[in-house]
Design a protein. Structure first.
Length: 117
């Protein structure tokens, strides 16, 4: 899990990102983000709908795996963003972590959220 200052509080912030954010998509994941100059730290949320996976255990497993990726890569963010990672496929539950990491790396780099290497 990521520390509390990096998490969203309430649904209105998520609504703002949904309405005004830019999106980058792949088959199993969508990343929506918007820049937030009013905050000191980026906020991240992972959304896994019941439509994607009925089992709460499975949804929580996917959420934990994605949050772990985010936790390890937070220092690479180049600015303060509000980021929502929307999971659109149940295959992330069993996908090897190396492939999950590759897919998320590609999306974050395509969105230009990471510092230049």
């Amino acid at each position: 899990m990521i520390p509390a200052p990096f998490r969203f509080q309430g649904h209105n912030s998520l609504r703002y990102v949904y309405a005004n954010g830019k999106a980058v998509r792949s088959q199993p994941v969508t990343v929506k983000w918007t820049k937030n100059a009013r905050r000191q730290k980026s906020r991240i949320s992972v959304v896994v709908s019941k439509k994607v996976l009925k089992s709460a255990i499975g949804r929580n497993r996917i959420r934990r795996r994605v949050y772990e990726y985010v936790r390890l890569h937070l220092p690479r963010l180049n600015d303060t963003y509000d980021i929502v990672i929307i999971v659109t496929s149940p295959e992330l539950r069993t996908l090897p972590y190396s492939e999950l990491k590759t897919q998320l790396d590609q999306l974050f780099e395509k969105a230009e959220l990471y510092k230049p290497a």
